[in-house]
Design a protein around this ligand. Structure first.
Ligand code: AMP
Length: 216
């Protein structure tokens, strides 16, 4: 299974990718997670990306494309992958196409997560992330057993700076201007599969698995 997840922030791409990658034994590649790790570790990449991320803006394409070329060449991607949060612009999609062409890899589908603005804003404001293992919780409908502690590893849970309401509005706006054009791009290639992402996680996962050929 080689798929791309696109959709607004808070549509559940990361949560569903986590479940499907575990079930199918394929790589879950979240550009946001890679960038956040680099920010924490204060690498050159993290230093270059931080100010864009804090403002809810996109990190420049050349930085992201270089990072993904390296990541897709790693061994765990051979069996399959879910790209979560990449590509996010048309130049990134073109660079990905060129890269996969060079690697002799075909995409199975591009899953479009559809959810209204009110739903994603509500989800993002309740989202909490584990500082140690990256697991995602929601104080409203997937609360951790113990406040501020991860059920999986006991790590600290925190709210991402860019999940604050003012930054969320900016991220939604960036999605509509810069990422939404990818919908037409992939529809034309016959790869687009639309899912209603405002439903329960299990229903969305089942829908995705049944709509990607050969992945049932
Ligand atoms: P996410 O966790 O996917 O919401 O990403 C968090 C932030 O990381 C975004 O708001 C961007 O600043 C940055 N980011 C993640 N993926 C990309 C990408 N493909 N292109 C540019 N910036 C990205």
């Amino acid at each position: 299974m080689r798929v791309i997840f696109i959709g607004p922030p808070g549509a559940g791409k990361g949560t569903q990718a986590e479940v499907i990658s575990r079930e199918k034994g394929i790589a879950h590649i979240s550009t946001g997670d890679i960038l956040r790790k680099n920010v924490v570790e204060q690498t050159d990449l993290g230093k270059a990306a931080r100010e864009y991320m804090d403002a809810g803006k996109l990190v420049p394409d050349d930085i992201i494309i270089g990072m993904m070329e390296k990541r897709l060449g790693e061994k765990d991607c051979r069996k399959g992958f879910i790209l979560d949060g990449f590509p996010r612009t048309v130049p990134q999609a073109e660079a990905l196409e060129e890269l996969l062409g060079r690697m002799g890899i075909l995409l199975d589908a591009v899953i479009l997560f559809q959810a209204p603005d009110e739903v994603v804003i509500r989800r993002l404001s309740g989202r909490r992330v584990c500082r140690s293992c990256g697991a995602i919780f929601n104080v409203r409908w997937k609360p951790p057993g113990e406040d501020d502690r991860c059920d999986k590893c006991g790590g600290d849970l925190y709210q991402r700076d860019d999940d604050r309401e003012d930054v969320v509005k900016n991220r939604l706006d960036v999605y509509k201007r810069q990422t939404a054009p990818l919908i037409g791009y992939y529809r034309e290639k016959g790869l687009l599969v639309e899912v209603d992402a405002s439903r329960e996680s299990a229903e969305v996962v089942a829908d995705i698995i049944s709509s990607v050929k050969g992945s049932q």
